[in-house]
Design a protein around this ligand. Structure first.
Ligand SMILES: N[C@H](CCC[C@H](N)C(=O)O)C(=O)O
Length: 279
């Protein structure tokens, strides 16, 4: 199986071109095997670039634990870069089908290849039943999340996939590795949840670290950055236009008055290879 290694702000996935490659039936096991950083290729998960009936391509995304997610913000930018650079479609505006619907992406070129992508990520989902979470509020804003020995104030937003945002005074490992895994599997989130921790630098600048559902800490999370930008506005902590600093790079976010979230960030291809390991 041929694959391409790509990342967006350090959030790295193994990409497979399913216009050409055929995959084993058990994609969950394949995702776990390729993602292993010691015994596999090493990645935050597996992303399939598939034919679509309503768009230029369809993205399917699997976490490192084999679970499938509806959406991946850094992934969809890389899918767009792959589709353009590898000649699957040659327009500078692409449509990619995802679990969050068909998204529109504007490509920025460096020479003949894509370097940056601006994505219309659509409207955030703010109804608790659709996020989904059992916390009160549509959406829950600074709601109490009881962890037993302590309680967090969390804001929940779905970008097609679920996010739980906690604003903190200082970002550190305690939040990401100590609290993140507890939030991920908290019973208030029936489908588990991605946990973002945000330090507000100024109303137009945030610092973020993430504990992702199914993959643990990653260097960036595009949908998490969108959800955090929305949470910043909902809680009055930040403006509609923000720059978010992540361990792997920066993302630019805008929650437009009309309701859509726009995300701009890099997409990088690193290498191509052939997977000969367990299927
Ligand atoms: N890193 C991805 C999100 C992966 C989300 C996944 N961990 C989930 O289960 O929803 C992003 O850039 O949006």
């Amino acid at each position: 199986m041929k694959f391409t290694k790509m990342h967006g702000a350090g959030n790295d996935y193994v990409y497979v071109n399913c216009f050409e490659e055929s995959l084993p039936e058990d994609i969950a096991s394949l995702a776990m095997a390729v993602s292993d950083r010691h015994k596999g290729i090493g990645s935050d998960g597996l992303i399939l670039i598939c034919p679509s009936e309503k768009a230029d391509a369809r993205m399917r995304m699997f976490n490192a634990d084999g679970s499938e997610s509806e959406m991946c913000g850094n992934g969809v930018r890389c899918v767009a870069k792959y589709v353009y650079d590898h000649g699957i479609a040659k327009q500078q505006t692409l449509k990619i089908e995802t679990g969050a619907g068909v998204l529109h992406l504007d490509l920025e070129l460096a020479g003949s290849r894509v370097s940056q992508v601006r994505v219309n990520m659509g409207h955030p989902i703010l109804k608790s039943a659709e996020i989904p979470t059992q916390l009160p509020g549509d959406p829950p804003v600074d709601a109490d999340l009881d962890l037993g020995d302590q309680s967090l104030k969390v804001t929940c937003v779905s970008m097609g996939n679920p996010h739980c945002i906690t604003f903190v005074d200082e970002l550190n490992d305690h939040w990401v590795h100590g609290i993140g895994p507890k939030v991920e599997v908290h019973p208030m989130f029936p489908n588990r949840v991605n946990a973002e921790f945000i330090e507000v630098v100024s109303p137009s600048e945030l610092k973020m670290r993430v504990w992702e559902r199914g993959s643990g800490e990653t260097q960036a999370c595009g949908t998490g950055a969108c959800a955090s930008a929305v949470a910043g506005v909902l809680t009055g902590r930040s403006e509609r236009n923000v720059l978010i600093h992540l361990p792997g790079g920066d993302l630019r976010l805008e929650w437009a008055e009309a309701g859509e979230v726009y995300m701009t960030g890099p997409a990088v291809e690193v290498y191509e290879g052939v997977w000969t390991g367990p299927q």
